[in-house]
Write a protein that binds this ligand. Structure first.
Ligand SMILES: NC(=O)c1ccc[n+]([C@@H]2O[C@H](COP(=O)([O-])OP(=O)(O)OC[C@H]3O[C@@H](n4cnc5c(N)ncnc54)[C@H](OP(=O)(O)O)[C@@H]3O)[C@@H](O)[C@H]2O)c1
Length: 252
């Protein structure tokens, strides 16, 4: 089977790493989506798969519509959709800039739903939707409340989407890491003086992506990298309020 991969958030971090990992899969092309074309071009220099660049702002309806229009006009066969674009900020939600809060919801939530809805009609049996969720989806996290709520939406959406697309033979993988060493962490810190210890145990993006691809191959529904994050998610799945309380006691 060959087709293309659509990767949002391809300019940096985990999305760029997915592009590198998918390069060996014999795809016809990778459609890279993010705001920074120069950064996507830099990532593509290491790839042998032909890349196309879609410099779009996914926090706007225009940006998301423009991706959906390009997909419906060209109707490429899509083997992988990787929803990686996302942002998070640390701080009390009520004192955060409203534009920032809005962007977090638009990119983390709306762009995932809209890109997925645009790609599914172009997918065949064996195709996969891979979406970056987070440990924060399981722990309602103090001073990350909008971010963790946005990821809880994504987790719930993926759990039901999986059944909607099962008869089409499309896999849906949730990727839920704890902290990952990418520029995302600088973004989280930029809004508030978050204690460095919060970011302890951060893993490498390569480890998150290679585990995700292995878990997809094994037919798993969720991919979690690292023992500590696996333990947190196991606890928080059953006791989310306790996990929230522990997080607050640790960092409050
Ligand atoms: N790093 C972590 O600790 C961590 C932990 C758990 C989950 N995650 C999730 O993993 C995903 C990838 O994060 P990362 O660690 O790879 O972060 P990153 O290195 O900061 O990459 C974020 C990507 O999202 C894109 N993006 C952000 N705002 C956008 C917008 N308005 N329009 C289009 N693209 C936009 C960025 O591209 P441009 O700036 O070029 O637009 C960039 O390519 C996110 O969904 C994040 O929530 C990260």
């Amino acid at each position: 089977m060959s087709g293309i991969a659509v990767v949002t958030g391809a300019s940096s971090g985990i999305g760029a790493e997915f592009c590198r990992m998918l390069d060996s899969r014999g795809l016809d092309g990778i459609w890279m989506v993010s705001r920074r074309e120069d950064a996507m071009r830099t990532v593509s220099l290491d790839l042998s798969t032909p890349c196309r660049f879609f410099p779009l702002d996914l926090s706007t309806a225009e940006g998301r519509d423009s991706l959906a229009s390009a997909l419906s006009e060209e109707s490429p066969e899509i083997e992988y959709l990787v929803n990686c674009a996302g942002l998070g900020r640390f701080g009390d939600s009520f004192s955060m800039d409203v534009g920032l809060t809005r962007s977090m919801i638009e990119v983390n939530v709306s762009s995932v739903v809209e890109a997925t809805s645009a790609c599914i009609p172009l997918m065949r049996p064996g195709s996969a939707v891979i979406t970056l969720c987070s440990e924060a989806a399981y722990v309602p996290a103090y001073r990350l409340s909008v971010y963790s709520a946005s990821k809880a939406f994504v987790r719930s959406y993926l759990d039901s989407l999986r059944y909607e697309v099962a008869s089409r033979g499309i896999s849906v993988l949730e990727v839920s890491p704890g902290w990952v060493k990418t520029p995302f962490i600088d973004g989280v810190k930029s809004s508030h003086d978050a204690p460095d210890a919060v970011f302890g145990y951060a893993v490498a993006p390569e480890d998150v992506v290679s585990k995700a691809m292995a878990d997809l191959g094994r037919g798993r529904k969720r991919s979690v990298c690292g023992l500590r994050t696996r333990a947190t998610i196991a606890l928080a799945t059953h006791f989310p309020r306790m996990a929230s309380w522990v997080w607050h006691r640790l960092w409050g």
